[in-house]
Design a protein around this ligand. Structure first.
Ligand SMILES: Nc1nc2c(c(=O)[nH]1)N(C=O)[C@@H](CNc1ccc(C(=O)N[C@@H](CCC(=O)O)C(=O)O)cc1)CN2
Ligand SMILES: Nc1nc2c(ncn2[C@@H]2O[C@H](COP(=O)(O)OP(=O)(O)OP(=O)(O)O)[C@@H](O)[C@H]2O)c(=O)[nH]1
Ligand SMILES: [K+]
Length: 459
């Protein structure tokens, strides 16, 4: 599928200047356009050079010299997009890079949409959709594990698993169809155990992928962690200690934090998305009560609730209300203000809710290491290790896998209830098609557009 337009964009960051920037051109006219803007002392024409070679010269716009640059030529079909590609490595100032892009647009290229280079790589068949999606994940990876899983996905490790399952399904559909057409030579009844085995095997593989979703989300987005506690317990102080900077305002005035505040911290390679919330207390202040309600809602969807208790004071109704709210969550109780005389102890809390506890002083920064160790233990049994080669991190993939899981279960039920083969093929094909959507088979244009629009410019 050859696109007609030749597209161009700045592929490096456009928010700050760096040493070098890249303007990338892709499409049938990339080399012609390259030759219009590129002038070399040796009078090299890009149309005549070998693929994957680098050339030194000047970039000009209508005869006006803009910058000196290195130009890389890559010829179709062995390129990132499978189209002709010319990349201009220019000096990295924002202004000069924009001028180079302008020259390229004046020479006949169209400005690329976000993700359009990668979209072309997909539409032209160099990579499948799950590989294209891995490109965004690589760019957005926040820790080593997320990066590794995304790189494996770009390498095709997820695609391979999906393709294997689909192949088994298709073989079985083909057998059933053949048997329906030619019952003399293909015996469905004799094959039913094979079918059942195959479907169970497929279901197993789909379930194994689905099992990676929880850790996949934690790896990709971080552990959703909400810091709760009543006013003045020291929630903001804790956030600041963990973030190693003064992020939240700390005062001795109760109700200082009225809205939520987010901070990402890295804990042995795992990201915690910490959300500091308004201290929970009964209040007539409208703004504060919105914050309190928000805190309660956030707690409901959190992976981890860190409940900060001022251990120098006794528990009160606000504390009991909080504990009621979080009793079914994964809870870590921080007994803060260990530098003061202790009134509330871990035992007092454990009598009421099931939780881990750590004693710290946010002010004197003691107990922080133990806190980090405890969080790690709560999620990863002490050792952070992500052993799978790929994790499902995309909700799109998760939903499609669930649909496939459902269809495969229907097939197994159908076999047990000896329903007619026609019905089995319907469910088998549904599983086959939903799995196909993961790698982008039969995907519709608007869905593809939506996926690629999440990319940044120039990718
Ligand atoms: N300058 C530059 N750096 C970059 C990229 C790029 O497009 N330009 N990439 C963009 O994301 C990534 C590298 N990805 C690439 C993937 C495929 C091909 C490519 O030319 N593939 C051909 C030839 C392969 C070969 O010679 O072995 C092919 O697949 O046929 C190039 C870059 C990261 N670094
Ligand atoms: N002695 C002592 N004081 C602390 C400690 N941690 C926090 N404080 C003090 O307690 C007060 C409240 O701290 P914050 O961190 O603002 O408490 P908060 O829970 O975020 O308060 P709100 O915003 O009102 O919900 C401040 O005066 C802090 O300096 C601690 O470990 N020891
Ligand atoms: K406060």
């Amino acid at each position: 599928m050859e696109m007609e337009d030749t597209i161009a964009a700045i592929s490096t960051s456009t928010v700050s200047s760096g040493g070098i920037s890249i303007v990338r051109i892709s499409g049938p006219d990339a080399i012609i356009i390259g030759d219009k803007v590129f002038k070399s002392k040796k009078n090299i024409k890009l149309a005549n050079v070998q693929s994957h070679t680098v050339h030194f010269g000047n970039i000009c716009d209508n005869g006006n010299e803009i910058d000196e640059a290195l130009v890389i030529v890559m010829k179709s079909p062995n390129t990132y997009t499978k189209e002709n590609i010319v990349e201009i490595d220019c000096h990295g100032g924002i202004l000069v890079t924009k001028k180079v892009l302008e020259a390229v647009l004046n020479a006949g290229a169209r400005l690329a949409e976000p993700g359009e280079f990668t979209k072309r790589a997909f539409l032209n068949g160099r990579i499948d959709l799950s590989q294209a999606e891995a490109v965004i994940d690589i760019i957005n990876a926040k820790n080593d594990y997320a990066l590794k899983s995304s790189v494996n996905q770009l390498d095709g490790k997820l695609s391979e698993k999906i393709k294997n399952i689909r192949e088994i399904i298709l073989n079985n559909v083909a057998f059933i169809e053949a048997a329906l057409d030619d019952p003399e030579h293909f015996d469905i009844d004799a094959n039913v155990n094979n079918l059942k085995n195959d479907v169970e095997n497929c279901l197993n593989n789909v379930d194994n992928l689905l099992k990676t979703c929880d850790n996949g989300r934690i790896m990709h987005d971080g552990v959703r962690t909400v810091i709760l506690g009543k006013t003045n317990a020291g929630k903001s102080s804790l956030l600041n200690v963990l973030a190693r900077e003064e992020r939240a305002i700390v005062t001795d005035i109760e109700g200082t934090t009225r809205d939520t505040l987010e901070e990402m911290i890295n804990l042995s390679g795992v990201t915690l998305n910490l959300i500091d919330t308004a201290g929970i207390r009964k209040t007539d202040d409208v703004v504060e009560s919105i914050g309190v309600n928000k805190a309660k809602k956030l707690a409901e969807v959190a992976d981890l609730v860190i409940y900060v208790v001022d251990s120098s004071r006794s528990l009160d109704d606000n504390d009991y209300e909080i504990m009621e709210l979080i009793k079914d969550k994964k809870v870590l109780v921080i007994l803060n203000k260990a530098d003061l005389a202790q009134v509330t102890t871990a035992e007092d809390i454990k009598k009421i809710i099931n939780c881990e506890t750590v004693t710290i002083s946010a002010k004197q920064e003691t107990g922080i290491e133990e806190l980090e160790e405890t969080v790690k233990n709560m999620f990863f049994n002490g050792e952070v290790k992500f052993n799978e080669d790929v994790y499902i991190t995309s909700t799109r993939h998760k939903e499609l896998l669930k649909k496939a899981e459902n269809s495969l279960k229907l097939v197994l039920d159908g076999i047990d209830n000896m329903v007619s083969e026609d019905f089995l093929t319907i469910d088998l094909m549904a599983a086959y098609e939903n799995l196909g959507l993961i790698i982008g088979e039969e995907i519709e244009d608007d869905l593809a557009n939506r996926i690629f629009s999440k990319f940044c410019m120039g990718k």
